[in-house]
Design a protein around this ligand. Structure first.
Ligand SMILES: [Zn+2]
Ligand SMILES: [Zn+2]
Length: 353
């Protein structure tokens, strides 16, 4: 009897300490609910596909859909491939990620050597904790692979989606790079919604930082662009030259402009190389996600992750006592699309309701 009494007493006591103050404040009633996707407790949940999900999961879902649909959209396809290559480079050495890439690497090996990709061979080579079937299920769901039966043996062959990619890019030297980028981006962003899959914190951190700082809720870019002058134009006749001196000489000889007035007729034409993101802010977000900024920085500098692709422009610039990263427009456009997709996901539910 005594034991039972103690057993009951302690939880109630603990319960009162923990929950008491919350229950008594009737005016500030705080409801903390569990996200049905990641199982974390959050204050704000959104209803998407009849599930209560948190903001992080909503963003992850929107990013995955943007990535997946981006391959069918000509205006976004190049951006999605660039982002996918970066995601591959961020996660490539992550021990959790390796098992997710292994089937693709094995498939490429069989393709190159002209042997059949047998399920049993792959199974024999499998040395990861995550079961092979679980990994292959996502490859099948995403139509990267399909498994067929041939002479009582299971053979892994290209699924419709990979077949499509192979038809489009197979004739290029960098076909495997593009296919790798596509698969890494697709799988890593897809894993975001798998409750028990490892979350790839660096990728999440980047998406989070860019989504908060660079694009507004409508998908408009709200950070400063970094522009570079690519050519010079004569304002009078529109002739183009690669340097300002050439167009000055042109104006003086063709239009007889005096040398002290000539600059008024020279117009620089520029292109946007990238968008500025405060480096310290990015590192803060990554650190909150549990990613070491130093290690991320090393990787970023080694592989050119997140930054623009112009060899003449540096990756970081110092302005008003702060360091800024010049982020690739591809990432910004993919994040802009992600944010509009987030809103569509929420709205589509509201319409149904
Ligand atoms: Zn969640
Ligand atoms: Zn001219």
């Amino acid at each position: 009897m005594l034991l039972t009494a103690n057993y009951v007493y302690i939880p109630v006591f603990v319960y009162n300490i923990l929950v008491g103050p919350l229950v008594s404040t009737t005016t500030h009633h705080i409801r903390i609910r569990k996200c049905e996707r990641c199982n974390k407790y959050k204050r704000v949940l959104f209803v998407v596909n009849d599930q209560n999900i948190c903001e992080d999961c909503l963003r992850g879902l929107a990013f995955y859909e943007t990535f997946k649909e981006g391959f069918k959209d000509l205006s976004l396809r190049g951006d999605v491939i660039e982002v996918g290559i970066d995601i591959g480079n961020i996660t490539w050495l992550n021990p959790f990620a390796q098992c997710w890439y292994y089937p693709l690497l094995y498939w490429m090996f069989t393709k190159d050597t002209g042997i059949k990709c047998y399920y049993e061979d792959l199974k024999r080579l499998w040395k990861y904790k995550t079961p092979l079937d679980k990994v292959l299920k996502i490859y099948e769901d995403e139509r990267i692979f399909k498994i067929i039966n041939e002479d009582n043996k299971r053979v892994i062959v290209e699924g419709d989606a990979l077949d499509d990619m192979y038809k489009k890019y197979g004739d290029r030297q960098d076909a495997y790079d593009i296919i790798c980028a596509w698969v890494s981006g697709l799988i890593i962003s897809r894993l975001h919604e798998e409750a028990e899959a490892p979350d790839f914190r660096a990728v999440n951190g980047i998406i989070k930082a860019l989504a908060e700082k660079t694009v507004d809720a409508e998908g408009n870019i709200k950070v400063k662009p970094y522009a570079k002058t690519v050519s010079y134009r004569c304002r009078l006749c529109g002739a183009r030259y690669s340097t300002a001196d050439e167009v000055k000489r042109h104006c003086m000889s063709h239009h007889l402009i005096p040398s002290d007035e000539v600059m008024a007729y020279v117009e620089g034409e520029s292109t946007i190389v990238g968008y500025l993101l405060e480096l310290e802010y990015l590192f803060d977000v990554l650190e909150k996600e549990g990613v070491s900024p130093e290690r991320f920085n090393d990787r970023m500098m080694k592989f050119g992750i997140l930054v623009h692709r112009d060899p003449e422009v540096p990756w970081k610039i110092h302005q008003e006592c702060k360091w800024y990263l010049i982020v690739s427009p591809a990432w910004i456009r993919v994040i802009a699309r992600t944010k509009t997709r987030e809103r569509e996901l929420i709205r589509s539910y509201e319409r149904v309701r």
